[in-house]
Design a protein around this ligand. Structure first.
Ligand SMILES: CC(C)(COP(=O)(O)OP(=O)(O)OC[C@H]1O[C@@H](n2cnc3c(N)ncnc32)[C@H](O)[C@@H]1OP(=O)(O)O)[C@@H](O)C(=O)NCCC(=O)NCCS
Length: 167
């Protein structure tokens, strides 16, 4: 398990709504974190969906620094539920509170859209993501056996996690 490093002052982290016009920036970050990466066209399609709810985080390392892309969260609203489809924070900014702010921002926006519950799937061996979700209040509500297929490796189970959004 990695050690926590200094949290960023939240005043240096900004959340920006990620509509289709941000597809290039978000796809670039996604490509640094996930295999297979979503290309620009599929990112644009995802962010154009009417139920899409997505943010990117930008960080300034100090009052005089320029903001840099640091992470993203992409969700999809369906009726009174929203699914987190993907979340990622670039390695340089991990363990500094950006992922938490992205989830909190998404949860606030979802609540304003009358969403009652957030849910997501996470690979059973993705401890950092599981710990992030747990620290944000998600609990396990199910498991999908062999959900993630991986080249040259055994399929990995997915945990289904949920977070009720209190009104
Ligand atoms: C998972 C991920 C989004 C977390 O983002 P982050 O900005 O590092 O998360 P935070 O700094 O807000 O961490 C909040 C809490 O989550 C837990 N956590 C996060 N990373 C952790 C790690 N590597 N090991 C253990 N706990 C971790 C801790 O409880 C942490 O609180 P603490 O630092 O006070 O102990 C990031 O590690 C990432 O992008 N990973 C690669 C992509 C990925 O796996 N995405 C999720 C797919 S479901």
């Amino acid at each position: 398990m990695s050690t926590a490093v200094a949290r960023l002052d939240p005043k240096f982290i900004s959340l920006v709504w990620a509509g289709p016009e941000r597809a290039v920036e978000v796809a670039e970050m996604h490509g640094q974190l996930f295999q297979p990466a979503w290309n620009e066209a599929s990112m644009q399609e995802t962010l154009s969906h009417p139920g899409s709810i997505a943010f990117m985080a930008r960080v300034r390392e100090g009052a005089d620094a320029l903001p840099e892309p640091a992470g993203f969260v992409i969700g999809q609203i369906a009726a009174d539920e929203a699914e987190i489809l993907s979340i990622g924070v670039l390695p340089k900014f991990q363990r500094r509170g950006v992922g938490t702010l992205l989830i909190e921002g998404l949860a606030r926006a979802a609540k304003r859209s009358e969403v009652n519950r957030l849910f997501l799937e996470v690979a059973a061996d993705n401890q950092s993501a599981f710990e992030l979700y747990r620290s944000c209040g998600f609990t396990a509500v199910g498991m999908r056996k062999g959900y993630y297929e991986r080249a040259g490796a055994e399929p990995q189970d997915a945990l289904v996690l949920a977070l009720p959004l209190d009104r």
